[in-house]
Design a binder for this molecule. Structure first.
Ligand code: PHE
Length: 344
């Protein structure tokens, strides 16, 4: 019996050594140590042995079992380790490989222009203010000296939600909102970038949604020459130091006097060309001295305070600066267009 057990042990160990997969090792365990295996069978026959022989054979059987189990464990550990090694080798990362470049987006040209204008005016002591895009009739018109029956309301066809609520047609309502916040005490010195909306049919120069930047400066003794100086500084900073500006009389209900501001043509230097329609000048914004009624309605005493205001179209600024021929480019998001503004 002893020989039989030892032979089984050697046989099992040989098979374990041969096995090179975890599954094969487990098969050996089942076939040699399992309930139906030869060792169990030998042990079952122990009943026939004498009382002296029984413990001896029992001990040998245990030793054989332990030897096989030890070998099984050893082989399983070795195979598992090999498996881990294999996976590690397979999943190895070459940290010296160059990285794959991640495509980065660019700043939208309108954002770039707004930020540039903001920077310029921050340098002149202005701060940035904002107001709602959904505006009340009061702030969009009434507080700007445009009463309900005012014919100038026709200048701006609007998107109304109700009789009292609309999408703002300009950033000027933020003039009134800001002055109210200051409760009659200056100085007020803000610029206001934002989206505005008008019922225009879209074409190369019109868009039902576009952006404006409003400016407002209210203080003691603010004069037209202050307006001119600030706008000239802006024009030179934004378009180039060689540019000049001129003021032409105009009309807005909320400013008196009102002006249109032209900048000298950058294409011909003011001599006259296709871009400036032979005038040498390009219109860039509307401005004026804040109307006394507007100051008064927003809580400022027009006897003590005066101010100037201006409003410019961001798309127009961008089109002039970057020679863009169609306003729709800003809103159709063609990556070939947008990606040109990497360094702006
Ligand atoms: N709100 C005017 C417009 O949209 C522009 C403007 C602003 C004119 C401030 C004068 C003063 O056309």
């Amino acid at each position: 019996m002893k020989e039989r057990l030892e032979a089984l042990r050697d046989e099992a160990i040989a098979k374990i050594k041969e096995a090179n997969e975890i599954k094969a090792v487990q098969d050996v365990r089942v076939s040699y140590l399992g309930k139906k295996g030869p060792i169990t069978e030998v042990l079952r026959g122990m009943g026939k042995l004498s009382a002296e022989e029984r413990p001896i054979v029992g001990q040998i059987a245990n030793e054989v079992r332990e030897a096989i189990t030890a070998e099984l464990e050893k082989k399983l550990t070795a195979l598992e380790e090999a498996e881990i090694e294999r996976k590690l080798a397979e999943e190895q990362i070459d940290v010296s490989l160059p990285g794959r470049p991640v495509a980065r987006g660019t700043r939208h040209p309108l954002t770039a222009v707004v930020e540039e204008v903001e920077d310029t005016f921050l340098g002149l002591g202005f701060t940035v203010a904002e107001g709602p895009e959904v505006e009340t009739d009061y702030y969009n018109f009434e507080a700007l000296n445009l009463p309900k029956d005012h014919p100038a309301r026709d200048m701006q066809d609007s998107f109304y939600f109700t009789e009292e609520l609309l999408l703002r047609t300009h950033t000027s309502p933020v003039q009134a909102r800001t002055m109210e916040k200051f409760e009659g005490k200056g100085p007020v010195k803000v610029i206001v970038p934002g989206k505005v909306f008008r019922r225009d049919d879209d074409d190369a120069t019109h868009s039902h949604q576009f952006m404006q930047i409003e400016g407002l400066y209210v203080d003691h003794n603010v004069r037209m020459s202050d307006l001119k100086g600030v706008l000239e500084a802006f024009a030179k900073s934004f378009f180039g130091v060689d540019r000049r500006i001129r003021l032409r009389p105009s009309f807005f209900p909320f400013t008196e006097p009102s002006v249109e501001v032209d900048v000298s043509c950058g294409m011909c230097g003011g001599k006259g060309c296709r871009v400036c329609k032979n005038t040498g000048w390009i219109e860039v914004l509307g401005a004026g001295m804040v109307h006394p009624r507007v100051l008064e309605m927003s809580g400022f005493d027009p006897k003590k305070y005066s101010g100037f205001a201006f409003g410019m179209g961001v798309e127009r600024l961008a089109m002039l600066k970057y020679d863009i021929d169609d306003i729709r480019h800003f809103y159709t998001n063609d990556v070939r267009f947008l990606s040109q503004f990497k360094r702006v």
